[in-house]
Design a protein around this ligand. Sequence first.
Ligand SMILES: CC(C)(COP(=O)(O)OP(=O)(O)OC[C@H]1O[C@@H](n2cnc3c(N)ncnc32)[C@H](O)[C@@H]1OP(=O)(O)O)[C@@H](O)C(=O)NCCC(=O)NCCS
Length: 158
Amino acid sequence: MTRNTGTEDGSMITYEAARLEQYGEFMQLMHDEAHEYLRGVMELVQMTRAQFDHLFRTVGHVCGIYEGQRLAGFYWIEQRGRILHLHALIVKSQFQNRGIGTQVLNMLASGNRDNVNSIELGVHESNERAIRMYERQGFKTVRKLDDLKFRIMQKQLP
Ligand SMILES: CC(C)(COP(=O)(O)OP(=O)(O)OC[C@H]1O[C@@H](n2cnc3c(N)ncnc32)[C@H](O)[C@@H]1OP(=O)(O)O)[C@@H](O)C(=O)NCCC(=O)NCCS
């Protein structure tokens, strides 16, 4: 299924479920764009890279984010009960700061209002840009994991 949202400048952002052959590319993208946070995530869930890779391929849903025909990044979500967990949101560096991450968060909130009560994510304390974006989108810190320098943020959906 493909879903569309327009960006501020009018270009179209689309989302497509990851194809099997894309998982390796997306995992590499996660290492390229977020390697300094990924170690923390793996510690958080107490996993080796191989176990994390397996989880990525088998749990929840991974969708590519496209600007026109070009892959701009991906997100990885999992619904558990009435909470939507955003396990990863990665925008390629050349597509960052153009409102795409914000668009994805808006789309996830508006598209899941009937399924869940909140969206939850974990973010490294040093990732100030991501924290700013999440706070602007109404996410609040609900828990801090000081030893891992991670915070859990939640957004309640109306
Ligand atoms: C964090 C991340 C997902 C943000 O995605 P993004 O698409 O760059 O986010 P946005 O463009 O919506 O917002 C980022 C900045 O662009 C600005 N911006 C938003 N729309 C804009 C537009 N149309 N034109 C110019 N700037 C814009 C925002 O104001 C924001 O500025 P700020 O950082 O000074 O507050 C992205 O940087 C990323 O993938 N980083 C690496 C991986 C990562 O850390 N992921 C999150 C793990 S929890």
